[in-house]
Design a protein around this ligand. Structure first.
Ligand SMILES: Cc1ncc(COP(=O)(O)O)c(C=O)c1O
Length: 472
């Protein structure tokens, strides 16, 4: 790779399945245009190949005496080291392998010292909003600007009881709805000046920008392998040891102990203490290889190229009649490669269905597991929000307000973005060309009829009514 060639198009960063062709309702086929990286990203070929290699050596880790166990254990521990380096964690930080960001944040929430005051903004993804509820959390309103966010945070932390109780600030690194990148070094400074620690939810940041835990003063960081081109079921929580090793572990069971009698349990040290049960060796190794591969490519270059593609996307999309993109902070604020929008006159779920059925384009739609932020962006007032809660509580199917989101990743091209822009322009001008109906089970539009055959795969395929479930 030369200094000027595109890192996104390089062999190093090739993804599995980029050439996959999908059927359209018209009977034609086209290359799948994946603009849904923020929800879940395909595997890097390097990750896929490493997993295949590992499977030949797969065996139990940590406690097996067999040679394969030794190899699998070194691969598992190697992954921990790769993750540590990727986020530039401090040497003494714990790297705990989890299932994903949700699991990581719940783990931290489940091990916080008693009496911890948690402060978090209402615009967070549910993964960084709900786990704190069982501890007691101060939710701050969605801030209008980064400067307002910093000053509200400072004021709030200053107002917390000056006691020995620990304080934790929990923020996103980049919003999964607006893409806006939060000023983490400034947040860390304010948190530390006021005796608080900082957790960064890096689910959306890690795939798109360099992370520097040591340099930026991030005390804890959570991320997901499936958003980081390693969709094999592992994530990580990285951070300071004292809180994570003080009390009982989040999960209790085998592997997390030194010695057990019926009366007593001596818990293991970190990281084993927080990794009870048989670990996901394949997932961890996949995540480690993804981290090494991205580090080799250079996350600064990945970020720079994505920024240029996002600028192109915004120029094309903003020119479409009826296109409205959502943001909280000023338009020139740095953001990762995603855009949440509506096209006036076409319902967001109908839009997503038509993009898939007629154009072979995959995007996300709904409320993106960030209901409070979406209510604010969609201008749903408190009375209407309350009505929706009551209707839903009563078991009535309510069509919730929502939006569509396109998101970029490795291998995204101008061609992909142009395909979306052309399709949206056509939908804005003429509406869908196929017929759609609202499915009574899901309350979402789907093609009617839908003649697209599922591919023949070596596994059982059972239709799942999506809708009503949550989207990331
Ligand atoms: C900002 C953010 N945080 C947390 C999560 C949760 O990630 P996971 O579902 O991998 O636990 C997501 C998923 O979309 C996200 O976008």
């Amino acid at each position: 790779m030369t200094a000027t060639s595109s890192v996104h198009g390089s062999d190093l960063l090739r993804l599995v399945g980029v050439e996959t062709r999908v059927p359209l309702v018209t009977g034609e086929e086209r290359r799948y245009v994946n603009l849904d990286f923020a929800a879940s990203a395909p595997a890097l070929e390097r990750v896929h190949d490493a997993v295949e290699e590992l499977l030949g050596w797969y065996s139990s880790v940590h406690r097996g005496a067999g040679f394969k166990s030794r190899v699998a254990t070194t691969a598992y521990e190697g992954a921990r080291e790769s993750i540590r380096r990727f986020v530039n964690a401090r040497d003494d930080d714990a790297v705990i392998i989890t299932r994903n960001t949700t699991d990581s944040i719940n783990l931290l929430a489940g091990t916080l010292p008693a009496g911890t005051h948690v402060v978090c903004f209402a615009g967070e993804h549910h993964a960084n909003l709900l786990p704190w509820k069982r501890i007691g959390v101060r939710y701050l309103p969605v801030p209008e600007t980064p400067a307002e966010m910093l000053s509200i945070l400072e004021e709030t932390l200053r107002g917390l009881p000056r006691c020995e109780d620990p304080h934790l600030v929990a923020v996103t690194g980049a919003s999964n709805v607006t893409g806006e990148i939060w000023p983490v070094p400034d947040i860390a400074r304010i948190a530390h000046e006021n005796g608080a620690r900082l957790l960064v939810d890096a689910a959306q940041l890690a795939p798109h920008a360099p992370i520097d835990m040591a340099g930026d003063g991030i005390d804890f960081l959570a991320l997901s392998g499936h958003k980081l081109y390693a969709p094999y079921g592992a994530g990580a929580l990285i951070g300071e040891r004292d809180w994570l090793s003080a009390g009982d572990p989040f999960l209790r069971g085998g592997g997390a102990v030194k010695l057990v009698t019926v009366d007593e349990t001596l818990w293991a040290d970190l990281p084993d203490r927080q990794e009870a049960g048989s670990p996901n060796v394949v997932g961890a190794v996949a995540l480690g290889v993804a981290c090494d591969t991205l580090a080799e490519a250079g996350m600064a270059r990945v970020a720079e190229e994505e920024r240029a593609l996002l600028d192109h996307a915004r120029r094309r999309l903003d020119a479409i009649d009826g296109f409205e993109a959502y943001r909280v902070w000023p338009a020139d604020h740095p953001r990762v490669g995603l855009c949440t929008f509506n096209l006036h006159g076409v319902q967001y779920d109908l839009l997503a269905a038509a993009l898939s059925a007629e154009h072979g384009i995959g995007i996300r739609h709904g409320c993106f597991c960030a209901h409070p932020l979406m209510m604010r962006l969609l201008r749903v007032d408190d009375a209407e929000a309350h009505r929706l809660v009551e209707e839903t509580r009563a078991g009535h199917h309510e069509r919730l307000p929502g939006a569509a989101r396109m998101s970029l990743g490795l291998g995204s091209t101008r061609e992909d973005v142009d395909a979306l822009a052309d399709a949206l322009a056509q939908l804005a001008a003429d509406g869908p060309r196929w017929t759609y109906m609202v499915n009574a089970d899901t309350d979402e539009y789907e093609p009617d009829p839908d003649p697209r055959p599922l591919p023949r795969l070596r596994m059982r395929l059972v239709d799942h009514p999506h809708g009503h479930g949550e989207s990331a």
